[in-house]
Design a protein around this ligand. Structure first.
Ligand SMILES: Cc1cc2nc3c(=O)[nH]c(=O)nc-3n(C[C@H](O)[C@H](O)[C@H](O)COP(=O)(O)O)c2cc1C
Length: 210
């Protein structure tokens, strides 16, 4: 049995990656599949993940990450993005997938589909992006746990300039916006943060039992 807590204690937000170590294709596949398996509200998956391996691009993104060197030294940078438009066409795409994969008759799915189309048509762009961003955070949590179990190092990051990422990665033309960054790879043997004690509240300050 996997010792879950041992893995969660092993992980930490890596500040210094070993730039000579690369993730295998197998590990990358696990991260991609884990991202895609993330549960999302209504199952609509309003998120997409960029997997960046190109060293020039990683170097360029350091400046847009307030100089955080993890972005250049990690094996790969995962950029979690949100879809900026959830319209009728997008929702239809999801229900076409339900039909294809489950063979559910439209008479069953149409009422739900139509209520979603109506509900999303009444939301403004900012609230759609906020809702989608919540799903991206869920994917981040999922990825951090899977990284821990797979002994892949990672550094969850909000510290980056989204508008610059959007520009550099041509996200607007893909209908996307960057919301989270996750460098992944292997910790450097001299990363100071690896030796520091985990800082967490005493468990009784985090949990309320009734
Ligand atoms: C959403 C989110 C954003 C974060 N942004 C950054 C960041 O930009 N740079 C960084 O070095 N660490 C960042 N962190 C790492 C946190 O500081 C770290 O997870 C926290 O201090 C707990 O420590 P641990 O993850 O090492 O256990 C972020 C963490 C989360 C969950």
């Amino acid at each position: 049995m996997i010792d879950s807590l041992k893995h969660l204690n092993w992980r930490y937000a890596v500040k210094k990656f070993d730039a000579t170590k690369q993730l295998s294709e197998n590990k990358l596949t696990i991260l991609k599949e884990a991202f895609n398996l993330t549960a999302t509200s209504y199952g609509l998956q309003p998120i997409k993940m960029l997997v960046i391996k190109d060293q020039d691009l990683k170097n360029k993104l350091v400046k847009s990450s307030y100089g955080q060197q993890q972005v250049a030294d990690a094996s790969h940078i995962l950029v979690l993005c949100v879809e900026t438009v959830i319209d009728e066409a997008y929702i239809n795409m999801y229900f076409n997938l339900v039909k294809k994969l489950r063979n559910t008759p439209e008479t069953i799915t149409d009422p739900f589909k139509n209520s979603l189309i109506k509900s999303f048509s009444e939301k403004d762009k900012a609230s759609v992006i906020k809702w989608a961003t919540n799903q991206a955070y869920l994917a981040l949590g999922n990825l951090l746990t899977i990284c821990a179990v797979e002994e892949i190092d990672a550094c969850p990051m909000e510290g980056f300039i989204a508008s610059e990422y959007n520009e550099t990665l041509n996200l607007k033309e893909k209908g996307l916006e960057a919301v989270l960054v996750l460098p992944v790879g292997y910790r450097a043997s001299d990363d100071l943060f690896a030796t520091l004690a985990k800082v967490r509240k005493p468990i009784e300050d985090s949990i309320i039992e009734l």
